[in-house]
Design a binder for this molecule. Structure first.
Ligand code: NDP
Length: 456
């Protein structure tokens, strides 16, 4: 029976006390606090049904990273000037498997951002059903406007230290913002030289040297498989729907390609300088051009106007005012604030699904909740990337390579399974609370494993 003290149940009181303590302890780490609040605020019902989880202090234990590694990265730029950056790896939880999560190279990288990302990763990885723990790492290095040689020297210097802490059964990093195929290649080369072994200690490797089919595409494709499942569950079809996407990096590119292949019309792409609006929708050929701009020339999304002068470019703006059926934030954290969410909600979208990690602020989430927008949180909808990373690890340890079709089938099946877990744990009378579903299902698996493994 639920015990009520005043107007608050014991579990609500416990959650409030926990969050109070957590906020005090992490006062200078807003992103980490935001991620923990987002998860914990969904867990009232679980903690009511399972007082044993409260008694075992699962929340207190799972919010403390198992290990944080911070190190100096020194390298020499093209002018012969020594440069210094900070490198990190947050090994958050190894409860469900070896530490797994991306590396981010961006000037905004700090321990608050990496703890938020590592924390999210634990529950995302749990939802995939694969044997993966949670981690995140990176550096405050900005690859923008650096020569290839500078990026290589930085990656090598970063790996000299990181190599002491990773391995195929310990910790297997992947890419994230600022870390794509080029950076993974440079880091893998250095790692291999240092340990004198060729094994799968990084994912996102090139196809000819241990990579998996479909890893570059996986996060964006997986996002669309998830959206397709949400629409189906709501009695809708993705064909003919309009889509607004932010970002133009890895996740955004492949989300746009898969949406277009599914018969939807992608109206926008963006970067940190502004957004492009193409009223006709980007064709697959035009999306190839976007990939050339971003991945080969390492240019700006504005350059798309050279290909399609009829498209419109909005400097310094986000794409959320464009009316569409589906909104996919695929750039970075907190890119949808309260006002943005109000703008999106006023357009009565069918679905908002997060491609980026935590792109919606708490105030934005509240707006979506009040407006009853069908909303998919990142830990469910963008799990396709880490899922195929998990498949890359499996192929590496079996020394085999699965076909594109085989990996695609497995990815689809994992995303549909995550969708089913969300529906099961998040079903309400007339709709699905995907946030509650993802948080509850992801958390419970980790919590059960922690109970089984004892206090360590
Ligand atoms: P990329 O580096 O390939 O692309 C990032 C994109 O976001 C670029 O278009 C970039 O624009 C834009 N961006 C970055 N910072 C900002 C900002 N402050 N304001 C506006 N736009 C910004 O990264 P990914 O596509 O790999 O990652 C995008 C998001 O998806 C991140 O949140 C990441 O954590 C998440 N994610 C990625 C996965 C993957 O497999 N890669 C897996 C799961 C989640 P610009 O070029 O101007 O910086």
């Amino acid at each position: 029976m639920r015990c009520i003290i005043g107007s608050m149940s014991i579990d609500q009181q416990y959650i409030e006390n926990f969050l109070d303590d957590f906020q005090k302890k992490h006062a200078g780490e807003p992103e980490f606090v935001q991620a923990v609040e987002e998860l914990v605020s969904s867990l009232g019902d679980v903690l009511e049904e399972r007082p044993d989880l409260r008694d075992a202090r699962i929340l207190e234990r799972i919010t403390e990273p198992e290990r944080i590694i911070q190190f100096k990265v020194t390298w020499v730029d093209d002018n012969g000037v020594p440069q210094v950056n900070r490198g990190y790896r947050v090994q958050f939880s190894s409860v469900l498997g070896p530490y797994k999560g991306g590396l981010r190279f961006h000037p905004t990288v700090n321990l608050s951002v990496l703890q938020f990302l590592g924390f999210e990763q634990i529950f995302k990885n749990s939802l995939t059903g694969l044997m993966l723990g949670g981690a995140k790492g990176g550096a405050d290095f900005d690859p923008k406007n650096k020569s290839d040689g500078e990026v290589m020297r930085f990656c090598q210097a970063f790996m000299i230290e990181l190599s002491n802490h990773i391995g195929p059964d310990t910790d297997i990093p992947a890419g994230d913002i600022g870390v794509g195929a080029r950076e993974i290649g440079y880091m893998f080369g250095m790692y291999k030289k240092l340990v004198n072994e060729f094994h799968g200690s990084l994912t996102g490797k090139g196809l000819d040297w241990g990579g998996s089919n479909l890893r570059p595409e996986a996060t964006g494709y997986g996002l669309l498989y998830f959206v397709e499942a949400m629409l189906e569950h709501a009695g809708q079809d993705i064909k003919g729907k309009t889509v607004v996407i932010s970002g133009s990096g890895n996740v955004a590119q492949y989300a746009a390609i898969k949406a277009t292949e599914m018969g939807a019309k992608v109206l926008t792409l963006s970067d940190s300088a502004g957004y492009i609006y193409d009223a006709d929708g980007f064709s697959l050929e035009e999306l190839k051009y976007v990939q050339e701009i971003k991945n080969v020339r390492r240019g700006r999304i504005k350059e798309y106007l050279q290909k399609d002068p009829d498209a419109e470019y909005y400097e310094g703006q986000k794409p959320w005012s464009v009316k569409a059926d589906i909104y996919l934030p695929c750039a970075t954290q907190n890119e949808i604030d309260k006002a943005d969410a109000e703008t999106i909600a006023a357009n009565h979208p069918l679905v908002v699904a997060e491609g980026a990690n935590m792109p919606t602020t708490p105030e934005g989430l509240e707006v979506f909740k009040q407006a009853e927008v069908l909303f998919a949180p990142a830990k469910a909808s963008n799990a396709g990337g880490v899922a195929v990373s998990g498949l890359e690890m499996a192929q590496n340890s079996m020394r085999t390579s699965w076909s594109l079709e085989e990996v695609d089938e497995r990815l689809k099946s994992i995303m549909r399974d995550i969708h089913a877990q969300c529906v099961k744990a998040g079903k309400t009378d007339d709709t699905v609370d995907y946030m509650k579903g993802a948080n509850t299902a992801g958390f419970l698996k980790v919590a059960e494993a922690m109970l089984s493994q004892g206090v360590i």
